[in-house]
Design a protein around this ligand. Structure first.
Ligand code: MG
Length: 162
């Protein structure tokens, strides 16, 4: 069995008048994240991990923020498109594991819902989607509450080698 791993990282700053969407889940919070799409930093990190595992360029190349098509789009729609690339490359997802880095809000109540939504689009059981949330104990840009960061790894299996 031929497996490939990919790594993704993303960060978005907080902004007023925006929704906070993480892992496809809308979270009640006075501030949302700035971005061209819905700024779902978790899904962005997962997409880059998947694209990296498949030997593809990053989401900035695939979904440029100069393109009005992607304005305020749900990142789960973009993830669906990335899944199309994964299968075109003859791969399927084995598992993904992620870390959300945020001082606030407290994300633990929303993690199970995020796992469900990601697992559905990734076509894997929920126990193959790991999502953890941590603070940085007040240190750095996340600690100062300037924004949220996310990291992800994805493992894919080459079903048909091209
Ligand atoms: Mg992003």
């Amino acid at each position: 069995m031929s497996c490939r791993v990919g790594l993704g990282f993303d960060a978005h700053s907080f902004a007023e008048g925006r929704r906070l969407v993480l892992g496809g889940v809308q979270i009640p919070h006075p501030l949302g994240l700035a971005g061209h799409s819905d700024a779902d930093v978790l899904v962005h990190a997962v997409m880059d991990a998947l694209l990296g595992a498949c030997g593809e360029r990053d989401i900035g190349v695939r979904f440029p923020d100069s393109d009005p098509t992607f304005r305020d789009i749900s990142s789960l729609v973009l993830l669906e498109e990335v899944m199309g690339v994964v299968s075109e490359r003859g791969c399927r997802v084995l598992n993904v594991d992620c870390v959300l880095v945020a001082q606030e809000p407290r994300l633990s109540p929303y993690i199970e819902d995020m796992r469900k939504r990601l697992a559905f689009v990734l076509r894997v059981p929920e126990n193959r989607v790991g999502i953890k949330a941590t603070t940085t104990e007040g240190m750095g840009f996340t600690g100062r509450g300037e924004g949220i960061a996310a990291m992800a790894v994805a493992l894919v299996e080459e079903v048909n080698s091209l």
